[in-house]
Write a protein that binds this ligand. Sequence first.
Ligand SMILES: [Zn+2]
Length: 400
Amino acid sequence: MPIDREALIAFTQELVRIPSVHDPATGRNEHAAAHLVADRMRAFGWMPELVEVAPGRPNVIATIHGGQPGPTLLFEGHTDVVTEGDPAEWSHPPFGADLVDGRIYGRGTADMKSGLAAAMVAAAAFKRAGVALRGKLVVGALVDEEDGMIGVRHLCTTEVGRELDAAIICEPEDNELCLEQRGVVWARFRVRGKMAHGAMPEAGINPIAGLGRLLAAAPGLERRLRKACEKSRYLRPPTVTPTIVQGPPPRVGVPQSNVIPAVAETTFDIRLTPGIDDDGVRAELEAICREVAAGQPGVKVEWEPVNAFRLATKVDRSEALVEAMVRGVKQAARRAPRYGGVPGSTDGTILRMQLGIPIVTCGPGDRLIPHQIDEWVSADQIVEAAKIYVASALNYLEAE
Ligand SMILES: [Zn+2]
């Protein structure tokens, strides 16, 4: 299926030139990028739906009907990008989308405006293919992937979302087929003691001592999670990383050198591989609370999730979507598929957890480049991704 390389690269550049960082402080958000996406969809002859998930922050959804009954496939992308940081550190302007030696530079080039552009151009080629198709192809350009993922969470509650049967997540993975994604749980532990004068520790219960035991227990928790989770060829093993330590936390009091605080807190950033469920993770976190509390009379230890659990995801190679993509890579890229794993979670995590549908993450861009200074994407990889998407969608939705 021919892909117009120049148009695809130009569209990627247009998208990158819109600084769609969601920043409540400056009022910047996805609005202009979403509207550029919608305008291009209209130019393709589609009727995009703009659904405001938060004020000025619309998901853009377009549906291409195959003509015969059948499954619904989603090409998923997001319109937000993370901050560019200090522009002075960039060798190319962060929103310039400079094309140099086959690479486009700028924030969002890899993560993931090139993937979104490739998905849209692929869907247009899919529509022109002129073969009998069944089911539906949905293109979704969602908001807020980089933060609370409110865009995809909203999509899951809509009729379009509930009808989905499978999704290709167009995130930067070097065009590898990623059937597994690591999960993430942020757990905030709260240790309660008793406030007292620092000169008379015997009059209080110091929660900071408990906090110390919690931090010391992190490696043990990591070992237990590694045992509970599956070993994966494509994912790094589970990790437990303390990221925040506060005693007292700001809302509870002012840190003072001669005051034993009443409360101390720490947050663990926990990354998981497949094989453990919600209850399994909760049981481990409860156990560590009990263990730490047992070490100091009078201290109370509890935990709470900082946001909803995003467990690791995995789909089977026998899924129809995976088979369609394996064939798609061979047809489009004229090579055997390469497999990989996603180090973090994506909007696909939410689709997999909430809807139970198979997802494959596959898109243009170096896996490690997102969120870095001088983010870039290879123009060749964008074109290859578009070809893979269209071939895979045709395999998945071609009528018998
Ligand atoms: Zn992304």
